[in-house]
Design a binder for this molecule. Structure first.
Ligand code: UDP
Length: 378
């Protein structure tokens, strides 16, 4: 049986990779990997980490394109690709434009669609934009909903998805993370390579400074949000006991303000996005993480790293309820105060740095492939 696996962006690649690997090992399924190329550079280097080479590359990106052009191009190109592969199943992950357009194309062709990471909701259609709408649209057309948590299952039930179509599997990001953390442990040269490329890491090790890892890319934070985030980071950098390492997303709306406002601090290292192995290596060495990323909110709790989320809302409330992730928005004072508290208040830090497995146990991909094979037998 052929399974058409769609990947468009870096997080989709990370979260789809364990499923592709499990399909390859299953004996009864053949994965065909289709890249839309929505995040071309970051997508390819990520897939390489997992030894995955896309079978199909749609190359949909054009400069200054409208979201509607992008959607239309993915829809027609992926439809052609599905027509020539003629798969038995289509698997999509998450909430990107690629995910949504691929799910609709499969629906039009009457090919059963499985949605990985189904049921995440903020309940505000416009936040995040356009992801919340994308994931809701996918839920309407999908046949199998692989929900990471019980909370996601309940969201789907409340929208009328029937229980027999929902499977709580855990999030495949935990599979990817544990696999990568294991590889890192066995890698004796990685730490040296990372210290050579990012001298801040050496200073942390030798001078006992604390590493603050930062990422950010959300459309909802473009403009004022990023300006505030940068202001907060520059204030935190006044402390001499911290090193801030920030792999800056390739989007010009992010790079512009970040390089302009944070380019000249001795203890702020602005670097290009790093591959997944390096990023997991950075998370492992960090003291705390400031981010607006969805995936990082799911990964850091597994590693016992406190996260301050620079967003107003999150669709990942499980770790917030566990008390290891805190929503701080993009208010300068709030970001600085909460970071300072984590740096100075040992009891607060201990409470927020518990390792928590609320998003999965590392076996989500195996469960997904097991479910596909049992529905296939029916
Ligand atoms: N990540 C990475 N390199 C980086 C920054 C992040 O590999 O320089 C990984 C991170 O571990 C996580 C994923 O990319 O698994 C998150 O991607 P992003 O923040 O772009 O998207 P989101 O998760 O918010 O959809």
């Amino acid at each position: 049986y052929t399974v058409f696996c769609v990947v468009g962006t870096r997080p989709e690649a990370i979260k789809m990779a364990p499923v592709i690997q499990a399909l390859q090992e299953s004996g009864c399924f053949k994965p065909v990997v289709c890249s839309t190329g929505q995040h071309r550079e970051m997508l390819y280097s990520t897939l390489e980490m997992f030894d995955i080479v896309p079978d199909i590359d749609l190359q949909v990106m054009l400069p200054n394109q409208r979201l509607s052009d992008l959607t239309a191009r993915i829809l027609t190109r992926i439809d052609d690709a599905m027509g020539s592969v003629n798969p038995d199943y289509v698997l999509v992950q998450g909430d990107t434009t690629s995910t949504m357009a691929a799910a609709i194309a499969a629906f039009y062709r009457k090919i059963p669609v499985g949605h990985i990471e189904a049921g995440l909701r903020t309940r505000n259609l416009h936040a995040p934009f356009p992801e919340e709408a994308n994931r809701r649209i996918v839920s309407v057309v999908a046949d199998y909903h692989f929900a990471p948590t019980q909370a996601a299952r309940i969201n789907l039930l409340s929208e009328g998805v029937t229980d027999d179509r929902i499977f709580v599997t855990g999030n495949t990001v935990v599979d990817a993370l544990l696999w990568m953390a294991e590889r890192i442990k066995k890698d004796s040269v990685l730490a040296r390579q990372m210290e050579a490329a990012i001298p801040a890491l050496k200073r942390c090790r030798e001078e006992g400074r604390k590493l603050i890892l930062v990422t950010g890319h959300r459309r909802e934070n473009f403009g004022e949000g990023f300006a505030n985030i940068c202001k907060a980071i520059s204030q935190i950098a006044e402390r001499k006991d911290v090193e801030i390492v920030y792999p800056v997303h390739l989007n010009p709306n992010v790079r512009g303000p970040v390089y302009q406002m944070l380019g000249n601090y001795p203890n702020i290292s602005l670097i290009d996005p790093v591959d997944y192995r390096w990023f997991v290596g950075l998370m492992l060495r960090s003291y705390l993480i400031l981010t607006d990323s969805g995936g990082v909110q799911e990964e850091a709790p597994v590693l016992g790293k406190p996260v301050l989320v620079m967003r107003q809302v999150t669709e990942r409330e499980e770790a917030v309820k566990e008390g290891v992730v805190k929503l701080v928005g993009t208010d300068v004072r709030r970001i600085v105060t909460e970071t300072t508290r984590l740096l100075d208040d040992k009891a607060f830090y201990a409470q927020m740095s518990r390792s928590v497995l609320c998003y999965g146990d590392g076996y989500a991909a195996q469960r997904i492939v097991g479910i596909l094979s049992s529905v296939n037998d029916k």
